[in-house]
Design a binder for this molecule. Structure first.
Ligand code: SF4
Length: 396
């Protein structure tokens, strides 16, 4: 088997806060293979974005501090070599941010921002002469090629009148259009590895559906590898090959999309799925409690104060190791010992873990995002119908 494209081993990240030292990432192992789309799912504050920032060398240090672990890209260790990390990030990685309104500059047009991405793509340092030329708009013959490339990308993201959009400011576009612009900008530099940090969170469900489809198309077309961060299991089902379930800075479970969503083993994974509101069950209880305080995290399994299957004297002792009941399906939970096979593990999950909300009803995970009708509706609402306060002209 070939080496993974990206591999994180035993990552630890702390933050210094007024309340003390916060142990936000506690021994995360994760890998993404070439051409694979991997999702990290978990509730807000579980450490998904901190993991992404570490990979992208964007972790604010201080207050953040990487206290241990390795990050290898094509076998090259990056955490101990900041210049190499910067180079790999510039040459090979792209990122789609969560909120286009704060990620796009309000004082530059879409065309100016895309031109800057193309000008500085792949560079870790920029000289004063080059910077001066850019500021004065003297980029010579490249200017035309950059404009054509920008139009091509906007067109691929199905933005109507891409040439006109280049001259618009972000505030003149709808939320869905701004997010498409962000995706186009992330693809401009032709990255081979993409991180998408909840890129559809701020959008309504119909636009989400359409954007996921577009992103999927671009990933397949370019043969990219992607790490997709989301708290929405419906989105994960649509886009991921494998899923990591993260809880309180640790990996709770990892497996293929079908293993995690159809046969989840970890009590937290089962609780997450059980928490999805369903039209057929109005009294979902989900998971009681909140994420722990990272300055004083619970001893042993960090989920034990909320776990319906917690065992006194076991789960509050040492951090559970990752057991592997099926090849590649790993779970950090004492309910599954080393010798257990997939069938036995599933029986344990079904008999030992019961949330008050009732039994799991997996098919509805897919409908939490939207269905075909929603996608069709998105075509109508996103592409054609203007909303008040936005310049339309077909480009909302
Ligand atoms: S190790 Fe114990 S507390 Fe943690 S998820 Fe498993 S059963 Fe629950």
């Amino acid at each position: 088997m070939s080496d993974p494209l990206l591999e994180i081993s035993d990552l630890h990240v702390d933050f210094n806060t007024y309340d003390g030292r916060s142990k936000v990432i506690n021994g995360v192992d994760l890998h993404v293979d070439e051409g694979e789309t991997v999702a990290i799912v978990g509730e807000s504050g579980c450490g998904k974005s901190v993991t992404a920032e570490t990979i992208m060398s964007m972790l604010p240090q201080p207050p953040g501090e990487i206290t241990g672990g390795e990050l290898r890209y094509r076998g090259e260790e990056l955490l101990g070599d900041p210049p190499a990390h910067k180079r790999v990030k510039a040459e090979s990685m792209g990122m789609i941010f969560q909120d286009p309104m704060t990620s796009l500059s309000p004082v530059f047009t879409v065309g100016e921002m895309m031109r800057d991405v193309l000008t500085y793509n792949g560079k870790t340092e920029v000289g004063w002469l080059e910077l001066g030329k850019s500021v004065l708009g003297r980029r010579g013959a490249d200017e035309k090629a950059m404009r054509e490339r920008s139009i091509e990308l906007l067109d691929r993201l199905q933005i109507p009148d891409p040439e006109g959009v280049l001259d618009r400011y972000p505030v003149e576009l709808s939320g869905g259009m701004r997010q498409r612009v962000l995706i186009a900008m992330a693809l401009l530099g032709e990255p081979e590895f993409l991180i998408a940090d909840e890129p559809t969170t701020a959008l309504d469900v119909t636009v989400q559906d359409q954007l996921i489809e577009l992103l999927r198309e671009q990933i397949d077309r370019e043969g990219l590898s992607m790490l997709y961060i989301t708290h929405n299991l419906g989105v994960a089902r649509r886009i991921a090959d494998r899923i990591y379930v993260m809880y309180a800075g640790e990996i709770a479970e990892v497996g293929t999309r079908d293993e995690i969503l159809d046969e989840p083993l970890h009590p937290y994974s089962r609780g997450l799925i059980d928490s999805i509101p369903k039209l057929t069950a109005f009294q979902r209880e989900g998971i009681d409690g909140l994420l722990p305080d990272y300055t004083e995290p619970p001893q042993g399994c960090r989920f034990h104060p909320r776990c319906p299957a917690a065992m006194d004297g076991v789960c509050d002792g040492e951090k559970p190791p990752l057991y592997e009941p099926a090849d590649g399906h790993q779970v950090a939970c004492y309910l599954y010992d080393d010798q257990m096979n997939a069938q036995d593990a599933l029986e344990v999950a079904q008999t030992e873990i019961e949330f008050e909300g009732g039994s799991l009803d997996h098919p509805e995970v897919s409908s939490s995002l939207g269905d075909e009708t929603a996608a069709e509706s998105a075509d109508r609402t996103e592409m054609n119908e203007p909303t008040s306060g936005q310049t339309d002209g077909g480009n909302r």
